[in-house]
Design a protein around this ligand. Structure first.
Ligand code: SF4
Ligand code: FES
Length: 256
């Protein structure tokens, strides 16, 4: 189907290898030969791993699941950028046609104290789960679709809530930030509920709990560099951080 004319690439890969969390880790050089330009980046890694297995070497561990940009499982810092050089896509949506024949591609895990390396390119992002557990939900019963839709929401707020809810929890914002701040992720989760009527009851408590859990997990502070927004595959806006900060201040005053 691809035909004899299909373009292929020969690449040099520098891949982070780390056997276990306590190890220091190192870059290992590999070659990926005859890779179709139409292959996805993760398919290229699959091919690399098949070659390693054939040679009796241990394959490189990396996270993935849906491979269509919706689950947030894929990670990787590719050529210095979380999710690679293109904007607004995940690693699983990156294709090899983005690279040139003969390119050297450096592949690293997301690096942050709160995301410890488990093995090779896999990091532990359970800190995000604990932040969600701290308040990223509503306790009110909204009923089925028909009942929930009975509460009218203005178009502007609905659109902003929907845009914030697009966050897939991948963690690229943390990896891109020089402070390893999780503010973009947490603010997306805070904002999408704070903008809707159903999210009002627990709004103050939720913001305080989630922000405090973020700090407890060891993420750094936000200094508004905007690197998170630039790396985010879902283009989550910095406006959410401003909203979270306002909500946090108000909730702190009301609490004291
Ligand atoms: S804000 Fe963007 S980069 Fe951060 S976790 Fe959500 S989708 Fe990923
Ligand atoms: S594997 Fe699901 S978003 Fe990439």
């Amino acid at each position: 189907m691809g035909g004899a004319s299909q373009k292929t690439l020969n690449l040099k890969l520098k891949v982070w290898r780390q056997k276990k969390p306590q190890d220091k880790g190192f870059f290992m050089d590999y070659e990926a030969k005859g890779i179709s330009a139409e292959a996805s980046f993760l398919e290229m890694l699959d091919i690399m791993n098949e070659d390693l297995v054939k040679r009796g070497e241990e394959p490189v561990e990396f996270d993935h699941d849906c491979r269509e940009g919706i689950c947030g499982m894929c990670s990787l810092v590719i050529k210095g950028s979380p999710h690679g050089p293109d904007r607004a896509i995940t690693t699983c949506q990156l294709h090899m046609r983005r690279f040139k024949d003969g390119d050297t591609i450096i592949i690293e895990p997301f690096r942050a104290k709160a995301f410890p390396v488990v093995k090779d390119l896999v990091v532990d992002r359970s800190a995000f789960d604990r932040i969600i557990e701290a308040g990223g939900y509503i306790s009110v019963a909204t009923g089925s679709a028909q009942d929930a839709n009975a509460i009218l929401v203005g178009k502007g707020k609905a659109d902003r809530a929907f845009a914030a809810a697009a966050c897939i929890g991948c963690g690229a914002c943390v990896a891109a930030c020089k402070n390893a701040s999780a503010s973009l992720f947490v603010s997306a989760k805070v904002a999408h509920l704070a903008l809707l009527p159903q999210g009002q009851v627990e709004r103050n408590k939720r913001t305080l709990s989630m922000v405090r859990q973020m700090d407890a997990e060891g993420f750094g502070g936000c200094t508004n560099t905007g690197a998170c927004e630039a790396a985010c595959p879902k283009e989550i806006s910095l406006e959410n951080i401003a909203m979270m900060n306002r909500d946090f201040l108000r909730a702190s005053i009301l609490e004291s």
